[in-house]
Design a protein around this ligand. Structure first.
Ligand code: XIL
Length: 575
């Protein structure tokens, strides 16, 4: 539940209803906006030149279904937050059943478009399923730990996902801790615990506390300031503070916005504007648009003025999919693009704040054209490609690999987005010719020309069993003082085709036994024979892909490691 700035507003809990409700575009009076003053480059290019991110909240439905939405999202922004897809009700709707399709979709889009991802959110009183809310204290703490370990752990090695909102909206307006089911069941310790669990799951991610109505200096932001200071003094890993920024022009711009950012920055944390939208009472008109543009400019300028401010995320970007009209009755038009994807004065204000002439020149030069891809290791179903790398004035961020089927004709589509100059393709048909081209991208989003085309024909297939196509790294950590241990395994698909529905089998040395349930797989033991089968989210390993699974176990003295591991009956390389 969100408590708006002033006055009673309807609450809402449904997630998808917002998108559904907004499928009908808002009706606004036509407004003739001045063309952007210096819209020479997208926002992300100027933001990158200033060392900041400019981001958006992504809805999975328009991301999947609307080319116009994807086009603005990809070209204008270098950061993204999933609007709903990483919330508890989306990722773990029932106890232990994780669903990552929406979250993965956002991360994949971000990776393909060189955007950093902010994970939102782990522990919140809203959009958390009923099964969590009714748990006893010890069960709730365990559920929180499992949820954080699984969700954060899933993306811990993902280069795109760099930060998390660990706790969200823990305060009441008067600065007391919110009387949520978390607080009422666990007391205030749930906050520190959540951060510690998140740090245990990802030692690198930036861990944030996030809230609304804390943009200016007031009782609530001062309570947040005191909490962050205390947590850090206690050694709790709080790295960042998120100011949501759900503003409204009729309530005035938050007082001492910049000073507030400054005082948090002085605590040693990163600050960021995480959910910016600036609503107005409908109908929209040019005067309100101008005020709104001023507010957007103030926010961006405030972030630019504070070194510790990492960037600004806009909560959506088009009025077509804004949550505002559904939650704040009679209000809307809160975003820089209208429902038809036309920019408003707010866009120009953001652009010109980023491009005010005081920063370095933006990078508008694309990388050089990469070399023609060369194929190796061609089989009936896969092949490896490598090419001469591109160079770039700032740095190559990654490549797009495009493929067309047939010796001619057909259309090229992106099949991979590797970060370096090689790619393994899989799932191909035998005795078939494919054509490949690659292009390079840089951090500002500039894209090179396409390379020349390489044609490759897969082999006829039908041969005998291939070489080992899996690798296992097994690490055993004995516990001091008790006959127990923790075993961690990284299973990697070293083949050229996807590994689906795998079963990993090995024999535990005698005297060792697993203690169910283990994690990230379903484990079973019969005699000394152990098998692990995947969960839904790691059941398919793409070529080169890997998954980390593990279990706790007992031993009667020896902690030697298993020597042979098989997947589907074939031995894996052991490292
Ligand atoms: C909102 C989404 O935009 C809506 O689609 C959903 O129905 C409710 O949540 N504070 C937050 C965000 O931290 O997660 C909220 O997002 C907006 C307020």
């Amino acid at each position: 539940m969100i408590i708006p700035a002033r006055g009673a507003r309807p609450e809402r809990t449904a997630v998808l209803a917002v998108v559904a409700a907004l499928a009908v575009p808002l009706v606004v009076a036509p407004i003739v906006a001045a063309p952007p003053a210096a819209a020479d480059a997208p926002l992300r290019v100027h933001a990158a030149a200033r060392g900041k991110f400019i981001g958006y909240a992504a809805g999975t439905s328009p991301l999947a279904n609307e080319a116009a939405y994807r086009s603005v999202a990809a070209s204008e922004f270098n950061q993204v937050t999933a609007e709903n897809a990483m919330k508890w009700e989306s990722t773990e709707p029932s106890d232990g059943n994780y669903t990552f399709s929406g979250a993965d979709q956002v991360v994949a889009f971000a990776t393909a478009n060189n955007q950093q991802v902010h994970g939102h959110t782990l522990v919140w009183h809203s959009q958390t399923p009923g099964w969590v809310q009714g748990l006893s204290a010890s069960a709730m703490r365990t559920a929180m730990q499992d949820h954080i370990a699984t969700v954060v752990g899933r993306y811990a090695n993902n280069a795109s996902l760099v930060s998390w909102d660990v706790v969200n909206e823990v305060f009441e307006e008067n600065g007391n801790l919110r009387s949520s089911f978390w607080y009422n069941t666990l007391g205030s310790s749930y906050i520190a615990d959540a951060f510690r669990y998140a740090r245990a799951a990802d030692s690198n991610a930036r861990l944030c506390i996030n809230d609304y109505n804390v943009e200016g200096i007031n009782a609530k932001s001062t309570a947040m300031y005191n909490l962050v200071r205390q947590l850090r003094a206690d050694g709790v890993p709080v790295d960042c503070v998120g100011f949501q920024g759900h503003l409204a022009i009729q309530y005035g711009f938050p007082s001492q916005f910049r000073e507030n950012l400054d005082r948090f920055a002085a605590l040693g944390v990163q600050v960021r504007i995480t959910e910016l939208d600036i609503r107005m009472q409908m109908p929209r008109d040019s005067t309100k648009d101008a005020t709104q543009a001023t507010y957007y400019r103030n926010v961006v300028q405030g972030c630019l003025a504070v070194t510790a401010c990492a960037g600004v995320t806009i909560w959506g970007f088009t009025d077509k999919y804004s949550w505002v009209p559904d939650v704040f009755s009679g209000e809307g038009a809160a975003l820089p693009w209208d429902a038809n994807y036309s920019t408003k004065p707010a866009y120009t204000a953001i652009h010109d704040a980023l491009d005010d002439g005081s920063g370095p020149a933006p990078d508008t030069t694309p990388p050089t054209t990469p070399g023609t891809p060369a194929a190796s290791g061609v089989t009936s179903s896969g092949l490896s490609l490598s090419w001469t790398a591109s160079s770039d004035a700032v740095g190559v961020a990654g490549y797009d690999v495009l493929r067309a089927t047939g010796a001619s004709g057909g259309s090229f589509a992106v099949v991979g987005t590797p970060s370096s100059a090689s790619f393994v393709d899989s799932g191909l048909a035998a005795s078939t010719t494919y054509r490949y081209q690659v292009r390079a991208r840089d951090a500002a989003g500039n894209v090179s020309s396409l390379s020349s085309v390489a044609s490759v024909t897969t082999t006829a297939g039908g041969g005998g069993p291939g070489p080992s196509s899996c690798r296992v790294a097994y690490t055993i950590s004995p516990w001091g003082g008790s006959p127990g241990f923790t075993a961690g395994l990284v299973l990697t698909n070293t083949g050229t085709s996807s590994l689906s529905g795998w079963t990993l089998a090995f024999s535990l040395p005698s005297g060792q036994a697993i203690t169910p349930p283990g994690w990230s797989a379903t484990w079973s033991q019969s005699g000394q024979a152990v098998t692990a089968t995947p969960l839904s989210w790691n059941s398919t390993l793409a070529p080169g892909g890997s998954t980390t699974i593990g279990f706790n176990g007992t031993h009667t003295g020896g902690t030697s490691e298993p020597t042979t591991f098989t997947v589907g009956g074939s031995s894996c390389t052991v490292v």
